[in-house]
Design a protein around this ligand. Sequence first.
Ligand code: CMC
Length: 446
Amino acid sequence: MWTFDERTTVANDTLTITDNRTGKTYEVPIADETIRAMDLRQIKVNDDDFGLMTYDPGFTNTASTRSAVTFIDGDKGILRYRGYPIEQLAEQSSFLEVAYLILKGELPTQGELDEWVYGVTHHTFLHENIRKLMDGFRYDAHPMGVFVSTVAALSTFYVDAKLIHNSEDRQHQIERLVAKTPTIAAFAYRHMMGLPYVYPNNTLSYPGNFLNMMFSTAAGYEIDPVLERALDVLFILHADHEQNCSANAMRSVGSSESDPYCSMAAAAAALYGPLHGGANEMVLRMLREIGDVTNVPAYIKRVKDREVRLMGFGHRVYKNYDPRAKVIKEVAYQVFDVTGRNPLIDIALELERIALEDSFFVERKLYPNVDFYSGIIYEAMQFPVAMFPVLFAIGRTPGWLAQWQELLTDSEQRIARPRQIYTGYEQRDYIAIGKRTDIRRMAGGS
Ligand code: CMC
C-alpha cells in the first residue's frame, strides 16, 4: 500500500487543463485514475478568485478515501473483502472469521480465531441499565429506532470509548460492538413483541445465540443448523460494502473524533433509510402489495410510469447482477427446505424475469441487489419485516468499524467538511417585522 504521492507515475500520467476564461494551461498529476480536487484550486481567473472546485452531489464520482478493505467492480459484479471473493467467503468461512478478516486485514490462524471468538462471545451481555433504558421505549417501537438509540447510549457506559487514538482501547470497543449488536437487536425485537428478554448463551455460536435470544420460549428453542448457517452467510454478505451511505456516515461522524458508539449510531441511522438498508423491508411490503404473480405486469407498468420504484433493484455501484443477490438466491432454497417455500418468492422471480427483459431496466442497468431476496429468507425464518434493517446492521457492524479504524489511522484524513455552491441572496438589510409582508409582495413572493 502506498500514499497518493508515493505511487509510481509515468511522465504522461498528467492531465492538461486549459482554462478558456484566461487561456492559461495547468498540468495536474493523475494517480490511480484520479486527480486531486485540491490541484484544481490553483485554477483562478484572478488573485481574488477562490479557485476551481468540483460539484458532485451524492459523491457519484468522488473518491473520499483510500481504502484497503473492500473491492467492488460494479460493471463486472465483483465483490471482495481484503481480496477474497465474496462467493468463497460465503461458502467456506464464518461471519466471525470474516469480521476478523475485515477488521484486521488477514484471515486468522486457528489460535487467533479462537481468541477472537472467545472475546466476542464473552462480551455479549448488556449492562442491566441498558436493558432498563430499552424498556422505556414505546411498546411498539420500531426495532431499528431502538437499535440506533441503544448503540448511541452505549457510549455513556464506556468512558474509554473516547480514547480513540489508542489502538488497544479501539479493540475493546470493536469487540464490544460486534458482541453486543445481536443482543441489542434481539432485545429490541422482544420489547416490540412484549416478550421477556432472553439473555445471551455463551455456549452457542454467534448466529445460534442470536436466534435463541430472538425466538426462545418457555418451551426452549431448537436451533436448526441450516437456518443458523443461512443467517451466518447473510451476515457475511452484508459485512462491508466500501464507501456506501452508512460507511460514509460512520467516517463523516468519526472524522470529528466522536466515539465509535456515536459514530456507529449515525451509520445505523443512515442504513435505516429505504434507499439503503431499509430497502429489504420495503421489498417485502412491495411483494405483499403486489400480492400475486398475475399482478406483476401492472406493477412493472407503475414503475415505468415512475409512480413507484422497484425496491431491491438498482445500485449506485453495480451495473450488473449484485454478486450478493446470487448467493442469497441459493440460500433461499436451502432455507425453504426447512421452513417451507415462501410464496412471495414466486412474485419476486416473476418481477426479476420481466424486469431483466424489459428495456427500461436493461437500458438503465437495473439488476436485483442484495435486498431483493434477503427479505424473503428473513420472512421464511419468522423475522418480522421491521427487523430486516436491524439484521443488516448486525452484519454491517465489522465493516463500519473497519472503515472507522482505517479513517483514524490514515494520516491524509481530516474532518469531513464538503464545500458548497452558494445559491442564496447577496447581503441584504434586516427588515422590521411589520414591513416584511409588503416587501415580499413587492419582490414577487407570496
Ligand atoms: N426502480 C425504478 N427505477 C430505478 C430504480 C428502481 N429501483 N433505481 C434506479 N432507477 C432509475 C432512475 O429512475 C433513473 O432513471 P432516469 O435516469 O431515467 O431518471 C436511473 O435508474 C438511475 O437511477 P439513480 O436514482 O440515478 O441511481 P442512484 O445510483 O442514485 O440510486 C439506488 C441507486 C440504490 C438508490 C436506486 O437504484 C434505488 O432507489 N433502488 C431502490 C432501493 C434499493 O433497492 N436500495 C438498496 C440498495 S442495495 C443495499 C445497500 O447497499 O444499501
